[in-house]
Ligand binder design. Structure first.
Ligand SMILES: Cc1ncc(COP(=O)(O)O)c(C=O)c1O
Length: 453
């Protein structure tokens, strides 16, 4: 029996038709930003006392706001870390919204927490974490890093039974900006460890820094943070060395694989992650290289009960949840009410199977390797360093920051590509990040051709 009124049914048809059309587009439009003034003059104010009605608002979205918004799944969107969700995951995202689920606890959401945990288990197995490992999905790598580091400090504080004037952690200068942000929120100081010739955090570098520190500074350190796939250059730290160092000195070992952790699924790159199984907490974002829609980041712990001590919120109205022995996702991060944001990822993984994910991840790596050879083949380009994962850094000979900016702006305006310059070792140059399995060699060649002026 239909319980939707006529108006809602019509809106449902329009919205679902638009969503289906959007995911059918191959490629989708790249689109791009417009100024506030332009958007305001064309589409005006949208929040009114009586409402504009579904048809009108959807039309403004389709005609105005969507085209002023970049499509991260365009095959030539190569800036930042793109995301190209599978159609299965996008469709299931609609189901998640339609299902009004609160994913806080097993009591409220047993069935779907079971599903999320299946997906988390696949990630834990890829990393080689033990049977008891587990965690939760949060909004992004930033939230996951903050929550993981809070768990880390809470665990070490309980173990040591005291607190220094100021807590500290060790990481390299290449650690993601969200680590800096998390330490600022937590009032923690970063001790920067010098990297090796590829800027990697290593066991030797950590030992050297450690030996230079005063005893009271050493006593204030609670964690080592390694990056498994730096955002700017795609480099994986020496996880074996960093993990061994951390545990030798009684420190928590946090591995940020928000971008690069997906390459654990790659047969050709798995060896780079040797030692990740030592992680006390590990982050990987399905909304980066695991083809899930935003927002979806996985946070896993080797021994989740330590994280639960740090994160479980106590209130009388939550007693029934907290006294249960079942799995409550909210207890493992800074969150309470939560969207089951791991569910679209789980659905797609279950539909396609893990082999399809391995193949899709490998495509980004293969394309990065091809791209490096193509750069070497072209006289006007220069490879900056051999790609380890799927980030490629290169120079356009003779260009300064100004030319990079002008070309990047023109490429977007002409809808050729979305590529931004970055800074690497003090030099402005260009960066591609390949995660979309539909990006082809022809796409990359067309982008290079547009630089030949
Ligand atoms: C290594 C790394 N860590 C953390 C983050 C932050 O993730 P998010 O943007 O999902 O908060 C990123 C984002 O690119 C990243 O590459």
């Amino acid at each position: 029996m239909h319980r939707l009124d006529q108006e809602t049914r019509q809106l449902a048809n329009e919205v679902v038709r638009y969503a289906l059309e959007r995911i059918s587009l191959q490629p989708p439009p790249l689109d791009g930003p417009r100024s506030y003034e332009e958007l305001h003059s064309l589409y005006g104010a949208t929040i009114t006392p009586d409402g504009l009605g579904g048809h009108e608002v959807l039309q403004r979205f389709v005609d105005g706001f969507a085209p002023a918004t970049l499509s991260t799944d365009h095959p030539r969107y190569l800036a930042f870390v793109p995301v190209a969700p599978t159609k299965a995951s996008v469709l299931f995202d609609l189901v998640v919204s339609a299902s009004s689920i609160c994913g806080t606890s097993w009591l409220e959401a047993a069935g779907v927490v079971y599903c999320e945990n299946e997906a988390l288990r696949w990630l834990a197995d890829l990393a080689g974490l033990p049977e008891g490992a587990g965690g939760t999905f949060v909004s992004g790598g930033s939230a996951a890093n903050l929550s993981g580091l809070h768990s880390a400090r809470d665990r070490i504080r309980r173990l040591r039974g005291g607190r220094p004037d100021r807590w500290r952690l060790l990481c390299s200068a290449e650690a993601h900006s969200s680590i800096v942000s998390a330490t600022s929120i937590m009032d923690v100081e970063i001790v920067v460890v010098e990297g090796d010739e590829r800027d990697r955090l290593t066991g030797d570098g950590l030992e050297k820094t450690w030996s230079d520190l005063d005893d009271d500074v050493r006593d204030s350190i609670f964690a080592v943070v390694a990056t498994a796939g730096t955002t700017n250059s795609g480099i994986v730290d020496d996880l074996r060395g960093a993990g061994t160092f951390a545990h030798k000195h009684g420190l928590w070992f946090h591995v940020d694989g928000a971008y690069g952790g997906a390459a654990l699924a790659s047969e050709t790159r798995r060896h780079l992650f040797d030692g990740v199984e030592e992680a006390d907490s590990f982050v990987v974002d399905p909304h980066k290289w695991l083809f899930s829609p935003y927002d979806c980041a996985a946070l896993l712990y080797r021994e989740p009960h330590h994280a639960a001590k740090a994160h479980t919120q106590e209130a009388s109205y939550l007693d029934d949840i907290n006294s249960s022995a079942e799995w409550n996702p909210s207890s493992y991060a800074y969150q309470l009410s939560r969207r089951v944001r791991g569910l679209p990822f789980w659905f797609s993984l279950a539909v396609h199977g893990t082999n399809a994910y391995r193949v899709a991840v490998e495509k980004g790596i293969t394309l990065a390797t091809w791209c490096a050879r193509e750069i070497e083949r072209r006289d006007e380009l220069e490879l900056v360093c051999e790609p380890e994962l799927s980030v490629v850094l290169f120079r356009r000979k003779g260009w300064t920051d100004r030319e990079y900016q002008l070309w990047s702006q023109r490429a977007l305006k002409d809808q050729v590509a979305f590529v931004l310059p970055t800074t690497y070792r003090g030099e402005r140059l260009l960066r591609f990040c390949f995660v979309n399995p539909l990006t082809t060699e022809d796409d990359v060649a067309a982008i290079f051709d547009s630089m030949a002026w």
